[in-house]
Design a protein around this ligand. Structure first.
Ligand code: GDP
Ligand code: CA
Length: 336
């Protein structure tokens, strides 16, 4: 079975770890191939280093090196370099980069500086974290540098209509998403092309899964790369999504502050509405079992089960539910 998943950081990574566990536990002679298309809109250059937070969360989580309580960064981490940068008054200090984590960013920046693509660099990092051994290929969504920006009211202006765009990380991390976002823009998106293998992975998959990642600044960014949405509409594989919203609120993070500027209800149904043109199956939490999915060009089948990824076993059961829904949709298509 060839499965392709689109992923952001923490929510995506935890789901994917559960998915790998589920696929390993399946009674099947056929080995699985899991291709993960990772969001690069969160990427940022700090202290001259290229940081790819979502790709790194996937690498560290699948590789067993993640700080479990945070869901990002490394376990057994120290902050000596950052402390020295602080002593030197080097900004920004609001983005914490640990010493081990910095090793990743130094290697990535070095390799990119030598002319390697982000695809190549990510493949090297994936080998470090034993992703190939797990049947996982991690692809950046694009090798074109893109950056999600958040348009907010300009805090330094008396003109109430004045706006300023800040890097997504500044809004998310420094401002804790408390400053109202007016809209999101993606610098570089006009020139962006999908990274090698991305469209093929969607078109040639047996099943496409959208993990419970942020629908706007994780999945939404990948969908905005020219060609990706069309590939999802055109793939013969069923597309199954897992809701990141349970009972009208995100499980963690600030997805609510991302949905509001789009005028999208903070609900499992609201998020499904963002995907109606290509979604076939939607997994929601039991508390949302009676949702009315917005109508679209085709039928969307929804099922409910507990969706809290409290640990890897729970995430594996959730991933199993998504795979089962996908298999049932495949079977319904081939049934006479
Ligand atoms: P980020 O890039 O680190 O913000 O991570 P993602 O975009 O991949 O995932 C963020 C989303 O994951 C948030 O909208 C959360 O609501 C969702 N999420 C986190 N933990 C859980 C969980 O246990 N269950 C579900 N259903 N969603 C979750
Ligand atoms: Ca992210």
């Amino acid at each position: 079975m060839r499965i392709t998943a689109l992923s952001g950081g923490v929510g995506g990574a935890r789901f994917l770890r559960g998915l790998v566990k589920h696929l390993d536990s399946r009674d099947s002679d056929e080995p699985h191939e899991l291709t993960v298309i990772g969001n690069t809109g969160d990427d940022i250059t700090l202290f001259g280093l290229r940081v790819c937070p979502d790709l790194d969360s996937v690498l560290y989580t699948l590789g067993g090196g993640v700080n479990e309580s945070q869901g990002w960064g490394r376990e057994d981490e120290s902050f000596a370099v950052q402390a020295e940068l602080k002593a030197l008054a080097v900004e920004p200090q609001w983005f914490g980069l640990g010493d081990r984590d910095m090793g990743t960013h130094i290697a990535r920046s070095l390799w990119l500086g030598q002319g390697q693509t982000l695809t190549d660099v990510t493949a090297k990092l994936a080998r470090r974290w034993a992703l190939p051994e797990q049947g996982v290929t991690l692809l950046p969504a694009t090798n074109t540098p893109i950056e999600t920006h958040v348009v907010i009211a300009d805090p330094d202006s008396d003109d109430p209509t004045a706006e300023r765009a800040v890097h997504f990380q500044e809004w998310w991390v420094r401002m804790q998403a408390k400053t109202e976002a007016k809209r999101f823009t993606v610098a570089g998106m006009g020139q962006a092309i999908p990274a090698p293998g991305v469209l093929e992975a969607i078109r040639n998959a047996d099943l496409v899964i959208l993990p419970p990642s942020n629908p706007v600044v994780s999945i939404g960014i990948i969908l905005g790369i020219p060609g990706v949405r069309d590939a999802l509409r055109g793939t013969r594989a069923p597309v199954v999504g897992v809701s990141p919203i349970i009972g009208g609120a995100p499980v963690r993070g600030h997805a609510d502050a991302c949905l509001r500027p789009l005028g999208v209800p903070v609900s499992a149904a609201g998020v499904a509405g963002l995907y109606v043109d290509f979604l076939n199956g939607w997994l929601v939490d039991d508390v949302d079992s009676d949702i009315a999915i917005p109508s679209g060009p085709h039928r969307i089948t929804h099922r409910s089960q507990p969706l809290l990824m409290s640990d890897t076993d729970a995430a594996s059961v959730i991933a199993g539910g998504a795979v089962e829904l996908g298999l049932d949709l495949m079977q319904a298509r081939t049934a006479p």
